[in-house]
Design a protein around this ligand. Structure first.
Ligand code: CA
Length: 296
């Protein structure tokens, strides 16, 4: 990608649950930020509460967007959210469409995650198992905060229950009633291209035996986790990336929903270990060119 195909507005990358910018030197968007910058794009990887509701995370994102606009002098930003980062970005765009040129959902649970539903059924937050899971997540979050070198703002609030509820089918349905911008009207369909002047896009992957469980993913434990998590899916059994269903990810213009990428591969995790023939970074570079071509 040449300088001439860089988007007009800064690209703001919003991580998912338990997300980060850098853990010590290790980036969430592995190799993606650098690749986009080599193409001339202005890119910000941002942090929001790793464990919190879409609304709390969305308000934090809005504050960060305002800082980025002041810093760059840009009028708007292009938001790209991975996983829960998609819902976070959708909230920000719904509240302040004047500040957002586009929202792109990358493996976003825009209609909920069946994995979150399974955990809700089997690890209810007031049960012993639920309290143990919640405690474990708090410990992981605390450890990640200790290792975090990319975020320099104030301590971010934690709400494990709010985080979980924000990802279940029921919780996302409530969110979608309030913030329906970009959603398809029919299950599996495309959403509107543009709402309130904001363009909406999405892409996602699915587990594909013989592809996603081969290549460098043979050495990536997160792929085995995704294959295990996929067993919790009912409605989209056999059509998910391990954490999000193929149709659940749809938002706005659907660029693709069956790339051979698991939920971590899609952001080039871990350490760039992905399945046979997978090119997650190429999707981000192509999207930068797509935003540029759309005048964004
Ligand atoms: Ca992987």
């Amino acid at each position: 990608m040449s300088q001439g195909s860089a988007p007009r507005y800064p690209m703001v990358l919003v991580p998912g649950m338990l997300g980060f910018i850098h853990l010590v030197l290790y980036p969430y968007w592995y190799g993606i930020v650098e690749a986009l910058r080599r193409g001339g794009a202005v890119v910000f990887a941002v942090q929001v509460s790793p464990l919190n509701s879409n609304e709390v995370r969305g308000e934090q994102l809005l504050a960060r967007i305002e800082e980025i606009l002041r810093e760059t002098g840009a009028d708007k930003v292009n938001l790209i959210g991975h996983s829960q980062g998609s819902l976070t970005a959708r909230y920000a765009a719904a509240k302040r469409p004047d500040l957002v040129a586009s929202v792109t959902s990358v493996a976003g649970p825009n209609h909920g995650s069946e994995l979150a539903d399974y955990l809700h059924r089997h690890y209810a937050h007031d049960s012993l198992k639920g309290r143990l899971l919640s405690g474990l997540l708090r410990v992981i979050n605390a450890l990640m905060c200790l290792l975090d070198t990319g975020y320099h703002g104030p301590k971010l609030p934690v709400d494990v229950h709010g985080s979980h509820h924000s990802l279940t089918t029921e919780g996302v349905a409530l969110f979608n009633q309030r913030y329906p911008q970009g959603l398809p009207e029919t299950w599996g369909g495309h959403g509107p291209e543009e709402v309130n002047g904001v363009r909406y896009y999405s892409w996602s992957g699915t587990l594909q035996p013989g592809k996603t469980d081969r290549g460098r993913n043979l050495f990536d434990g997160t792929n085995r986790s995704c294959r295990l998590f996929a067993k919790t899916f009912v409605r989209e059994a056999g059509h998910c990336d391990g954490m999000v269903g193929r149709y659940s990810s749809h938002l706005g213009t659907v660029i693709g929903d069956d790339f051979p990428l698991d939920h971590f591969d899609i952001v080039n995790q871990s350490l760039g270990l992905v399945g046979k023939g997978a090119e997650p970074i190429r999707l981000f570079l192509e999207h930068a060119a797509r935003l540029k071509a759309a005048g964004l």
